[in-house]
Design a protein around this ligand. Structure first.
Ligand code: URA
Length: 235
Protein backbone atom coordinates (compact mmCIF):
# COMPACT_ATOMS: atom_id res chain seq x y z
CA UNK A 1 0.00 0.00 0.00
CA UNK A 2 1.48 3.33 -1.09
CA UNK A 3 1.83 6.19 1.38
CA UNK A 4 -0.50 9.07 0.47
CA UNK A 5 1.96 11.86 1.23
CA UNK A 6 2.11 14.74 -1.26
CA UNK A 7 2.14 18.48 -1.82
CA UNK A 8 -0.67 20.56 -0.31
CA UNK A 9 -1.17 22.61 -3.49
CA UNK A 10 -1.60 19.41 -5.52
CA UNK A 11 -4.11 18.10 -3.00
CA UNK A 12 -6.09 21.38 -3.20
CA UNK A 13 -6.03 21.48 -7.03
CA UNK A 14 -7.46 17.94 -7.18
CA UNK A 15 -9.91 18.34 -4.36
CA UNK A 16 -11.26 21.75 -5.39
CA UNK A 17 -10.96 20.92 -9.12
CA UNK A 18 -9.13 24.12 -9.82
CA UNK A 19 -5.72 25.25 -11.06
CA UNK A 20 -2.55 26.17 -9.16
CA UNK A 21 -3.00 29.93 -9.60
CA UNK A 22 -6.40 29.88 -7.86
CA UNK A 23 -5.01 27.68 -5.08
CA UNK A 24 -2.06 30.04 -4.62
CA UNK A 25 -4.46 32.99 -4.21
CA UNK A 26 -6.57 31.14 -1.64
CA UNK A 27 -3.43 30.32 0.31
CA UNK A 28 -1.99 33.85 0.17
CA UNK A 29 -5.30 35.20 1.43
CA UNK A 30 -4.89 32.97 4.50
CA UNK A 31 -7.89 30.78 3.68
CA UNK A 32 -6.14 27.41 3.94
CA UNK A 33 -5.21 25.79 7.24
CA UNK A 34 -3.52 22.50 8.05
CA UNK A 35 -3.80 21.01 11.54
CA UNK A 36 -5.19 24.32 12.80
CA UNK A 37 -2.48 26.59 11.37
CA UNK A 38 -2.84 28.91 8.37
CA UNK A 39 -0.49 27.79 5.61
CA UNK A 40 0.89 29.95 2.80
CA UNK A 41 3.68 27.60 1.73
CA UNK A 42 2.67 25.97 -1.58
CA UNK A 43 5.30 23.24 -1.17
CA UNK A 44 4.01 22.01 2.17
CA UNK A 45 3.66 18.22 2.40
CA UNK A 46 0.45 16.68 3.71
CA UNK A 47 -0.72 13.11 4.19
CA UNK A 48 -4.02 11.30 4.63
CA UNK A 49 -4.17 12.33 8.30
CA UNK A 50 -3.52 16.07 7.88
CA UNK A 51 -6.58 18.06 8.92
CA UNK A 52 -7.14 20.41 5.97
CA UNK A 53 -9.60 23.31 5.98
CA UNK A 54 -10.64 25.99 3.51
CA UNK A 55 -12.06 28.75 5.72
CA UNK A 56 -14.64 26.92 7.86
CA UNK A 57 -15.05 24.09 5.37
CA UNK A 58 -13.32 20.86 6.42
CA UNK A 59 -11.78 19.25 3.33
CA UNK A 60 -10.07 16.33 5.06
CA UNK A 61 -10.32 15.01 8.61
CA UNK A 62 -9.21 11.40 8.78
CA UNK A 63 -7.96 9.74 11.92
CA UNK A 64 -5.55 6.84 11.85
CA UNK A 65 -7.12 3.54 12.91
CA UNK A 66 -5.27 0.37 13.98
CA UNK A 67 -6.97 -2.97 14.77
CA UNK A 68 -6.08 -6.51 15.65
CA UNK A 69 -8.27 -9.44 14.65
CA UNK A 70 -8.10 -13.04 15.80
CA UNK A 71 -8.46 -14.44 12.30
CA UNK A 72 -10.33 -17.75 12.23
CA UNK A 73 -9.70 -20.52 9.70
CA UNK A 74 -11.87 -20.26 6.54
CA UNK A 75 -12.02 -16.47 6.29
CA UNK A 76 -10.05 -14.83 3.50
CA UNK A 77 -7.41 -12.14 4.16
CA UNK A 78 -8.79 -9.70 1.58
CA UNK A 79 -11.01 -6.66 1.56
CA UNK A 80 -13.39 -8.21 -1.02
CA UNK A 81 -14.04 -11.78 -2.13
CA UNK A 82 -16.80 -13.27 -4.26
CA UNK A 83 -16.78 -16.67 -2.51
CA UNK A 84 -15.66 -16.32 1.09
CA UNK A 85 -16.35 -14.11 4.05
CA UNK A 86 -13.48 -11.61 4.41
CA UNK A 87 -11.64 -10.43 7.51
CA UNK A 88 -13.15 -6.98 6.94
CA UNK A 89 -16.65 -8.47 7.39
CA UNK A 90 -15.61 -9.62 10.88
CA UNK A 91 -14.27 -6.32 12.19
CA UNK A 92 -16.16 -4.57 14.91
CA UNK A 93 -15.00 -1.16 13.63
CA UNK A 94 -17.01 1.58 11.89
CA UNK A 95 -14.18 2.53 9.53
CA UNK A 96 -13.59 -1.10 8.47
CA UNK A 97 -14.07 -0.53 4.72
CA UNK A 98 -11.22 2.01 4.74
CA UNK A 99 -8.72 -0.41 6.27
CA UNK A 100 -6.12 -2.59 4.61
CA UNK A 101 -4.32 -5.68 5.89
CA UNK A 102 -0.74 -5.49 7.15
CA UNK A 103 0.50 -9.02 6.43
CA UNK A 104 -2.00 -11.55 5.13
CA UNK A 105 -2.65 -15.06 6.43
CA UNK A 106 -3.75 -17.95 4.20
CA UNK A 107 -7.39 -19.05 4.18
CA UNK A 108 -6.62 -22.05 6.41
CA UNK A 109 -4.28 -20.16 8.79
CA UNK A 110 -5.46 -18.45 11.97
CA UNK A 111 -4.19 -15.94 14.51
CA UNK A 112 -3.01 -12.35 14.68
CA UNK A 113 -3.98 -10.10 11.78
CA UNK A 114 -3.35 -6.34 11.83
CA UNK A 115 -5.46 -3.85 9.90
CA UNK A 116 -5.07 -0.10 9.49
CA UNK A 117 -5.76 2.88 7.24
CA UNK A 118 -2.21 4.18 7.89
CA UNK A 119 -0.09 3.09 4.95
CA UNK A 120 3.14 4.48 6.41
CA UNK A 121 2.66 2.31 9.51
CA UNK A 122 1.83 -0.84 7.54
CA UNK A 123 4.75 -0.22 5.17
CA UNK A 124 7.13 0.02 8.14
CA UNK A 125 5.68 -3.20 9.52
CA UNK A 126 6.06 -5.12 6.29
CA UNK A 127 9.22 -3.55 4.87
CA UNK A 128 12.07 -6.07 4.44
CA UNK A 129 14.54 -3.50 5.85
CA UNK A 130 12.73 -3.34 9.21
CA UNK A 131 12.89 -7.16 9.62
CA UNK A 132 9.93 -7.31 12.01
CA UNK A 133 9.67 -10.83 13.52
CA UNK A 134 6.48 -12.82 13.02
CA UNK A 135 6.00 -15.81 15.30
CA UNK A 136 3.87 -18.82 14.24
CA UNK A 137 2.82 -22.03 15.95
CA UNK A 138 2.92 -24.76 13.33
CA UNK A 139 1.38 -28.23 13.59
CA UNK A 140 2.78 -30.81 11.18
CA UNK A 141 1.41 -34.07 9.82
CA UNK A 142 4.65 -35.94 10.70
CA UNK A 143 7.19 -35.77 13.53
CA UNK A 144 9.93 -33.11 13.53
CA UNK A 145 13.65 -33.81 13.85
CA UNK A 146 16.62 -31.68 15.00
CA UNK A 147 17.65 -31.35 11.33
CA UNK A 148 14.82 -28.88 10.72
CA UNK A 149 16.40 -26.36 13.13
CA UNK A 150 19.64 -26.05 11.15
CA UNK A 151 17.92 -25.98 7.77
CA UNK A 152 15.54 -23.17 8.83
CA UNK A 153 18.46 -21.22 10.35
CA UNK A 154 20.60 -21.55 7.22
CA UNK A 155 17.86 -20.21 4.89
CA UNK A 156 16.27 -22.06 2.01
CA UNK A 157 16.66 -21.34 -1.70
CA UNK A 158 13.39 -20.82 -3.60
CA UNK A 159 14.12 -21.18 -7.32
CA UNK A 160 10.80 -19.71 -8.44
CA UNK A 161 11.64 -16.27 -6.98
CA UNK A 162 15.42 -16.84 -7.05
CA UNK A 163 15.77 -15.93 -3.37
CA UNK A 164 17.21 -17.48 -0.24
CA UNK A 165 15.02 -17.05 2.83
CA UNK A 166 16.38 -15.05 5.78
CA UNK A 167 17.56 -17.16 8.74
CA UNK A 168 14.47 -18.44 10.57
CA UNK A 169 14.26 -19.73 14.12
CA UNK A 170 12.56 -23.06 14.73
CA UNK A 171 11.87 -24.38 18.22
CA UNK A 172 10.44 -27.89 18.61
CA UNK A 173 7.56 -27.70 21.12
CA UNK A 174 6.24 -31.25 20.75
CA UNK A 175 6.64 -34.26 18.49
CA UNK A 176 4.86 -32.51 15.60
CA UNK A 177 4.51 -28.91 16.82
CA UNK A 178 7.04 -26.12 16.25
CA UNK A 179 7.30 -22.42 16.91
CA UNK A 180 8.76 -20.64 13.89
CA UNK A 181 9.99 -17.03 13.81
CA UNK A 182 10.31 -15.36 10.40
CA UNK A 183 11.60 -11.86 9.73
CA UNK A 184 9.97 -11.73 6.28
CA UNK A 185 6.79 -12.95 4.61
CA UNK A 186 7.23 -14.73 1.30
CA UNK A 187 4.26 -16.36 -0.42
CA UNK A 188 3.15 -19.46 1.58
CA UNK A 189 6.60 -19.35 3.16
CA UNK A 190 6.05 -21.68 6.10
CA UNK A 191 4.15 -24.29 4.09
CA UNK A 192 6.83 -24.25 1.41
CA UNK A 193 9.66 -24.54 3.95
CA UNK A 194 8.10 -27.59 5.60
CA UNK A 195 7.26 -28.86 2.11
CA UNK A 196 11.01 -29.36 1.58
CA UNK A 197 10.83 -32.05 4.26
CA UNK A 198 7.66 -33.47 2.68
CA UNK A 199 5.94 -32.69 5.96
CA UNK A 200 2.53 -31.08 5.38
CA UNK A 201 1.41 -28.23 7.64
CA UNK A 202 -1.92 -29.13 9.22
CA UNK A 203 -2.24 -26.08 11.48
CA UNK A 204 -0.73 -22.60 11.25
CA UNK A 205 -1.43 -19.92 13.83
CA UNK A 206 0.27 -16.49 14.08
CA UNK A 207 1.04 -15.51 17.67
CA UNK A 208 2.77 -12.15 17.26
CA UNK A 209 4.13 -9.51 14.90
CA UNK A 210 7.05 -7.59 16.41
CA UNK A 211 6.02 -6.70 19.97
CA UNK A 212 2.31 -6.96 19.18
CA UNK A 213 0.98 -10.21 20.62
CA UNK A 214 -2.43 -11.69 19.83
CA UNK A 215 -4.67 -10.74 22.77
CA UNK A 216 -5.61 -14.05 24.42
CA UNK A 217 -8.98 -12.64 25.48
CA UNK A 218 -10.03 -12.46 21.80
CA UNK A 219 -11.85 -15.56 20.62
CA UNK A 220 -11.56 -16.45 16.91
CA UNK A 221 -13.38 -13.74 14.82
CA UNK A 222 -13.12 -11.15 17.62
CA UNK A 223 -11.22 -7.91 17.20
CA UNK A 224 -10.18 -4.81 19.11
CA UNK A 225 -8.40 -1.49 18.52
CA UNK A 226 -4.67 -1.50 19.21
CA UNK A 227 -3.52 0.40 22.28
CA UNK A 228 -1.32 3.49 21.84
CA UNK A 229 1.74 1.53 23.02
CA UNK A 230 1.07 -1.29 20.54
CA UNK A 231 0.83 1.27 17.72
CA UNK A 232 4.02 2.97 18.89
CA UNK A 233 6.10 -0.20 18.80
CA UNK A 234 6.08 -0.05 14.98
CA UNK A 235 7.66 3.19 13.73
N1 URA B 1 3.25 -18.91 5.82
C1 URA B 1 2.30 -19.64 5.20
O1 URA B 1 2.58 -20.60 4.52
N2 URA B 1 1.01 -19.26 5.36
C2 URA B 1 0.62 -18.21 6.14
O2 URA B 1 -0.58 -17.91 6.25
C3 URA B 1 1.64 -17.47 6.78
C4 URA B 1 2.95 -17.84 6.61
Amino acid sequence: MQSKRGRLDRYLCTHLQTHRKAVRELMLLGNVSVDGLIVKDMDMQVDEFSHIQLGDQILQANTPVYWMLHKPIGVVSATKDAQHKTVIDLLDCEARYELHIAGRLDLNSSGLLLLTNDSRWSNALMSPTHKVDKVYRVTLANPLTEEYIAVFAAGMYFGFEDITTQPAKLVILANNVAEVTLSEGKYHQIKRMFGRFRNPVVGLHRLSIGDIVLDNTLAPSESRALTASEVACIR
